[in-house]
Design a protein around this ligand. Sequence first.
Ligand code: FNR
Length: 188
Amino acid sequence: PPYRVGVIVGSLSRESINRRLAEALKRVAPPEFEFFEISYADLPIYNRDADADYPQVALDFKDAVRSADALLFVTPEYNRSIPGALKNAIDWGSRPYGDNAWSDKPTAVIGASSGQIGTAVGQQSLRGTLSYLNTRQMTAPEAYIHFTPGLIEADGTVTVSSTEDFLRTFMRQFLDYTARVLTVIPQD
Ligand code: FNR
């Protein structure tokens, strides 16, 4: 497939509903996309004292980000923002100053919550950070998934057909968006 998408799941939980959502998105995605997960669970807490001598785990993380044609963030909302572990990973990817791995990457943001407003506030927080870091963001469609029990099974099967259709459209739009961005901004 022409485009490799790095998937960044904002939850480290074994039971994560956002991981289920990520699995569902892979299942309904167009065949032009292939996926790999960008893991950040082993990163230490960022400290700028490390800028002069980045740990290997952080160099590997940045290489994974850079190797992606596009990035898909699938994240919960924590206390009306994004989880700290995800923010930590984003910070590692952004430094040292002048060596920002996120720059010019086509990005999409989506999330699931047990709450009614389905990560809307957390996504806005993430979007602000992704703007500052000079990513190319798909701004529409937006996708706020209110997760009810059984909506998505552990293997990513979506049990409500209108939701499955919506997710399929979201990924179709992300493909179109990615193709357009990469036409204008060739990646290195
Ligand atoms: C939450 N949750 C939550 N939900 C929400 O809609 N808005 C919020 O601000 C928060 N805040 C929050 C903070 C913390 C520390 C936790 C653990 C949870 C509930 C959250 O949506 C729910 O736990 C999801 O299941 C988390 O996603 P994962 O981990 O299942 O992918």
